[in-house]
Design a protein around this ligand. Structure first.
Ligand SMILES: Cc1cc2nc3c(=O)[nH]c(=O)nc-3n(C[C@H](O)[C@H](O)[C@H](O)COP(=O)(O)OP(=O)(O)OC[C@H]3O[C@@H](n4cnc5c(N)ncnc54)[C@H](O)[C@@H]3O)c2cc1C
Length: 435
């Protein structure tokens, strides 16, 4: 079985390794001259936790596993029946994994060519900002969450930061989690604004940004451009967000063609959702690689986040209620505030989103002390499609001083079962995004 993998990022490397371990004869085509860097670690370059040279993916384990690596082979078109074409020629396959990731959209904000503006697209851009940030006193950060919050948090160590997080602001989080993040940001001196930056102004360099008709003085502007799937020319079907539509087996609409990572989009009910996360890319790549080599495994995706934002622990898996309504599910959200049983303090905010008719849990979020320890649990519940009853009535660990009898997630599921029939959420007009 000859498996061709296109793209040498997190998803492509996982797919190539998995296909090779399954006994296939694997070739990986990467458009640049090295494997893709781990982009999830870019913020660690900014914080100084990781030297830039550590970010290059190590190709040696792939070579040891017998994968043939071909660099500077950018795939231009895919004929799903047999081959792809690059600038140098044609590569045949029995099955193909497309893992070409995402690319940045153009930034349309006026004034971004001024000195003092940092557009964060590549590793070099993060390195450039890390060298300049000590000289910045007031910084405007513009981009969607959670990345804008992660960058704002790092910059707030040495500068006064305003984060322009777009019209939808923190709406990918439930109200309790949103409140916990906003309070933690404010306690660290970071102002969060639910608005976009309209223009960057200044005579010789940045002096201010303009947003919703107001002028905010600053000497540095950091812009995180939005991403969109990067696809070669192909006839495979695409989803609502422009990615290659895949099922849980990572199969596209074309026989023997699989897709994984940021370039793919998972069919969910009548719609589809992007999963632009490192964790999703890895598991999608594993599954695509195994199935391209003749296997039949399913990916259990949860789109899970686990991070410390301005000191507040946050974990989230699956979708928020509004997003569920938008993709045609009858989703309901239940929120809880749980304080520990010894001190009566240390609130933990939890929410559970479920489908009213099937009672399947589609989303879990937790913020507060101990939330990170629940991230794997939240991910598994969503990924396996556990029901509200299963979640409420399984044995949940009791940890004196952390929860009241049961984990905040199980308590919230129990609260959902105890309350009267909740109202249906209307589909929102705004558009919530993953990644
Ligand atoms: C700044 C930043 C921070 C992030 N933080 C997190 C985080 O904390 N947690 C998390 O889970 N996720 C995070 N992510 C998301 C995560 O990094 C991505 O979801 C993941 O890297 C996607 O992997 P991928 O393999 O699909 O794509 P990529 O890593 O982009 O790899 C795609 C590869 O395909 C190659 N390629 C593209 N087109 C072609 C072509 N036509 N022919 C051949 N090769 C091609 C590219 O050169 C590239 O090497 C972050 C992303 C960014 C940008």
């Amino acid at each position: 079985m000859k498996v061709l993998v296109v793209g040498g990022g997190a998803a492509g490397v996982a797919a190539a390794a998995a296909a090779s371990a399954s006994g296939a004869d694997v070739t990986l085509l990467e458009g640049s001259d090295t494997p893709g860097p781990n982009r999830a670690l870019f913020p660690c370059v900014l914080s100084g936790e990781c030297p830039p040279e550590r970010l290059r993916a190590d190709a040696s384990s792939l070579l040891r596993s017998g994968v043939e690596l071909r660099f500077n082979e950018r795939v231009q078109s895919v004929d799903p029946s047999s081959h792809v074409r690059t600038g140098s020629g044609r590569f045949d396959f029995d099955s193909l994994v497309i893992a070409t990731g995402s690319r940045h959209l153009d930034v349309e904000t006026k004034g971004t060519s001024k000195p003092g503006v940092f557009l964060l697209r590549s590793l070099d851009d993060y390195v450039a900002l890390s060298r300049s940030m000590a000289g910045l006193s007031h910084v405007a950060v513009a981009g969607s969450v959670p990345l804008s919050l992660m960058v704002a948090q790092i910059l707030s160590q040495g500068s006064k930061v305003r984060a322009f997080i777009g019209q939808s602001g923190l709406r990918r989080f439930s109200p309790g989690v949103r409140g916990a993040i906003a309070r933690a940001a404010a306690a660290n001196g970071v102002e969060l604004l639910n608005a976009d930056v309209g223009a960057v102004v200044g005579t010789d360099r940045v002096e201010a940004v303009v947003s919703s008709g107001r002028v905010y003085p600053c000497d540095g502007v950091v812009i995180l451009p939005r991403g969109t799937p990067a696809l070669p020319q192909t006839v495979c079907r695409t989803g609502n967000h422009g990615g290659l539509l895949v099922d849980r087996w990572m199969r596209t609409s074309s026989k023997n063609v699989f897709a994984a990572g940021d370039c793919a989009e998972l069919r969910l009910g009548p719609a589809s959702v992007p999963c632009r996360l490192y964790s999703s890319a890895r598991v999608m790549g594993d599954v695509a690689g195994i199935n391209a080599a003749g296997g039949a495994v399913q990916a259990r995706l949860a789109g899970c986040l686990a991070m410390r934002l301005f000191g507040a622990e946050v974990c989230a898996a699956g979708i928020e209620a509004e997003e569920g309504a938008r993709i045609g599910l009858d989703t309901v959200r239940v929120d809880s505030e749980v304080v520990d049983d010894l001190s009566g303090a240390n609130p933990v905010y939890a929410s559970v989103v479920y489908d009213r008719s099937t009672r399947r849990v589609h989303g879990i979020q937790v913020a507060g002390a101990g939330a990170l320890s629940l991230s794997e649990y939240a991910s598994l519940v969503v990924a396996l499609g556990v029901s509200l009853e299963e979640l409420a009535y399984h044995e949940s660990p009791y940890l004196p001083g952390f929860n009241r009898d049961r984990c905040p997630i199980a308590l919230t599921a129990g609260k959902a079962l105890a309350q009267p029939e909740p109202r249906t959420l209307e589909a929102p007009s705004t558009h919530l995004r993953h990644g």
